[in-house]
Design a binder for this molecule. Structure first.
Ligand SMILES: *[C@@H]1O[C@H](CO)[C@@H](O)[C@H](O)[C@H]1NC(C)=O
Ligand SMILES: *[C@@H]1O[C@H](CO)[C@@H](O)[C@H](O)[C@H]1NC(C)=O
Ligand SMILES: *[C@@H]1O[C@H](CO)[C@@H](O)[C@H](O)[C@H]1NC(C)=O
Ligand SMILES: *[C@@H]1O[C@H](CO)[C@@H](O)[C@H](O)[C@H]1NC(C)=O
Ligand SMILES: *[C@@H]1O[C@H](CO)[C@@H](O)[C@H](O)[C@H]1NC(C)=O
Ligand SMILES: *[C@@H]1O[C@H](CO)[C@@H](O)[C@H](O)[C@H]1NC(C)=O
Ligand SMILES: *[C@@H]1O[C@H](CO)[C@@H](O)[C@H](O)[C@H]1NC(C)=O
Ligand SMILES: *[C@@H]1O[C@H](CO)[C@@H](O)[C@H](O)[C@H]1NC(C)=O
Ligand SMILES: *[C@@H]1O[C@H](CO)[C@@H](O)[C@H](O)[C@H]1NC(C)=O
Length: 538
């Protein structure tokens, strides 16, 4: 429909949710409006269409209700972290508990949520520090969604203003398990812990934001406003009331949300801002400057007058001086214009110029700006499946073995090194002396890009799986475990293998011929084994 231009991104802006009602009544009112008017729809649909998680609520917690929405505990969706309760009166219930992550050596802390594979989800994370750790300032850390670094979480300014912070992103689910993770970064204080208050996931209908290719991009919400009002939304999106000095008009017709691809709530049209006949309508929105990046922009218009053959108006729309759309003809049914990738930078100003002789001024009801965020690569699904299978076969996998094994780069699973090409592949698996018990899943043979397997000094039981498919494997360290059974003869046929350490296990049988008289550095002798009938016959 509209010009699309490529650009890059950096940041995103925090939207505010008012936390409590101190003596400032206008803040309080705002808060009440938002929470009371959010509809129930999230829950009339069965999971996995939607989840509302109250983080840190504890295993036995009852669900809490905010407005019409029911939030349940996050137990069962995450295996790591500790919980805390914030001692502050009049706090919205979902902000009164949180989950925090004290383990400094974990590469990330992940929620795993069952979803519809390929579904498009709106994810919202909410943070309210509440001084849970007795520190000076909220910690600063990263948030990650489906293996892509989403943004830095810095709630310092909001917290100082008595507000919670929320972030929102639209992402496509790569598999049946959706991951949302937090991670330390170089700005996270050494004595502070990443934390989260609430996590929400909402399934979006096909038509919503459908001009974006979600296999390549995510859309991170910058601002979603209902001009001259406050809102109501089928997908539980928050439409912030947005007022400026322009006059407000009230809608006198019925608007049908399903007529619009993005299904804006009818209430987004209840009020609009306008200006007098013949004048330009100027809207500085959002009120803060944006980082230079590509944005998805949708603007919603509606002629507020009683429906009649004459209740339409024509005007041009420009953004920062560039023509966005010419001669929009806005009727009482409403209309949206959008751009899937529009470059913005700094303060944004939308100017609507009335057509010649149009008897009423331009009008605007609502708008959305979402930053177009390129996804950070993809791990080969077969490797992801194999790594998950390995994890399931360990009794005590490292606590950060959750979410994507490789991504984002720098937040791979502990002991896992990956290499990126078209797909990221696991190239090293190193859990030397990590105290791992359980067994080695046969699926390790699917990790065909592996160069090194170092699992020595653990408590692994069971057999050595067949690994004949690991054509890149150079070193295999399984020494000092409790592995049983025979040595697979295929090990000797691996083209690149240089080192095989299998000593100090409970292996039996003959050493396969393929491993005799080779240049491979093979260690098989059990140092601790003093019995005459050596389990491995050299
Ligand atoms: C967090 O929980 C773990 C186990 O659940 C416990 O060992 C640890 O002491 C707790 N950490 C803090 C800081 O409370
Ligand atoms: C912290 O995380 C690391 C890496 O996942 C893990 O090896 C270690 O056991 C964890 N520590 C605790 C106390 O859970
Ligand atoms: C977090 O935000 C505050 C307020 O905007 C800013 O002063 C501070 O430098 C930020 N912290 C980091 C680590 O970026
Ligand atoms: C912190 O990390 C970011 C992104 O990885 C990097 O751009 C920045 O230079 C780092 N800052 C410091 C102080 O190391
Ligand atoms: C988006 O959804 C609408 C309504 O279902 C459909 O008419 C349109 O073709 C879709 N556009 C794309 C790019 O998929
Ligand atoms: C705008 O739309 C209305 C209703 O469809 C139509 O009657 C009118 O002629 C249109 N105006 C222009 C300038 O196209
Ligand atoms: C609206 O834009 C069109 C095309 O750019 C231009 O021809 C027309 O003069 C503009 N109308 C007004 C009122 O600026
Ligand atoms: C595996 O980890 C051990 C101990 O941390 C280290 O000594 C060894 O060099 C690592 N091996 C590889 C291939 O990275
Ligand atoms: C992975 O390995 C398992 C067990 O070896 C096998 O059954 C499965 O088909 C493999 N999966 C893929 C995608 O290759």
């Amino acid at each position: 429909m509209i010009v699309s231009l490529m650009h890059l991104l950096v940041h995103l802006r925090i939207l505010n949710l008012i936390v409590f009602c101190p003596d400032n009544m206008s803040l309080c009112l705002l808060f009440l409006l938002w929470l009371v008017s959010i509809p129930l729809l999230a829950h009339s649909q069965p999971n996995p269409r939607g989840y509302l998680l109250n983080c840190g609520a504890g295993p036995t917690s009852e669900s809490v209700t905010v407005g019409n929405l029911k939030y349940t505990t996050d137990e069962g969706f995450i295996l790591v972290g500790n919980t805390s309760t914030i001692k502050q009166e009049d706090l919205v219930p979902i902000l009164a508990t949180l989950r925090y992550f004290p383990n400094k050596s974990a590469r990330k802390y992940c929620y795993s949520i069952p979803v519809i594979k390929g579904g498009k989800y709106l994810v919202r994370t909410t943070y309210y520090y509440g001084n849970f750790d007795g520190g000076k300032e909220p910690p600063v850390f990263d948030q990650i969604v489906e293996g892509t670094k989403w943004s830095v979480v810095n709630t310092t300014e909001d917290y100082a203003n008595g507000l919670s912070s929320y972030y929102e992103i639209v992402v496509h689910a790569k598999s049946k398990t959706f991951s949302v993770c937090l991670a330390r970064n170089n700005m996270t204080g050494s004595d502070s812990s990443p934390f989260i208050s609430a996590l929400e996931l909402e399934y979006l209908d096909d038509s919503v934001y459908n001009t974006t290719d979600f296999s390549k991009y995510a859309l991170s919400t910058v601002v979603r406003s209902s001009f001259g009002t406050s809102e109501d939304d089928k997908f539980n999106r928050l439409w912030q009331p947005q007022m400026d000095q322009n006059p407000i008009v009230r809608c006198k017709a019925n608007v049908t949300p399903s007529d619009f691809w993005n299904v804006p709530p009818a209430k987004a049209f209840h009020n609009s801002i306008t200006t007098s006949r013949g004048k330009q309508l100027h809207v500085k929105w959002p009120s803060w400057p944006l980082p230079s990046a590509a944005y998805y922009i949708a603007l919603y218009f509606q002629d507020n007058r009683n429906p009649s053959p004459f209740s339409w108006r024509v005007f041009n729309v420009s953004i920062n001086g560039k023509n966005f759309y010419s001669n929009v003809n806005v009727t009482t049914r409403g209309l949206t214009v959008y751009a899937p990738k529009w470059p913005l930078s700094g303060q944004t100003e939308i100017v609507m110029t009335p057509g010649q002789g149009v008897p009423v001024g331009p009008v605007i009801s609502a708008g959305e700006i979402l930053q177009v965020l390129p996804l950070g690569g993809m791990t080969l699904p077969r490797d992801v499946m194999a790594m998950n299978e390995l994890r399931r076969n360990f009794d005590n996998p490292p606590p950060d073995w959750s979410g994507d094994p490789c991504l984002p780069e720098g937040n791979s699973w502990t002991g896992v090194t990956c290499d990126g090409g078209k797909f990221f592949r696991v190239i090293t698996l190193n859990l030397t002396g990590a105290g791992i018990s359980g067994s080695l899943a046969p699926n390790i043979a699917n990790l065909t890009a592996l160069h090194h397997i170092w699992l020595g000094g653990n408590k692994l039981l069971g057999n050595i799986p067949e690994m004949g498919s690991l054509k890149e494997l150079q070193s295999l360290h399984l020494e000092k475990n409790q592995l049983e059974g025979s040595i697979p003869e295929s090990l000797g046929r691996l083209p690149k293998i240089r080192e095989i350490f299998l000593q100090d296990n409970k292996l039996e049988g003959d050493v396969p011929e393929t491993l005799q008289n080779t240049k491979i550095n093979i260690q098989l002798k059990n140092e601790v084994d003093s019995e005459p009938e050596s389990p491995v016959n050299m």
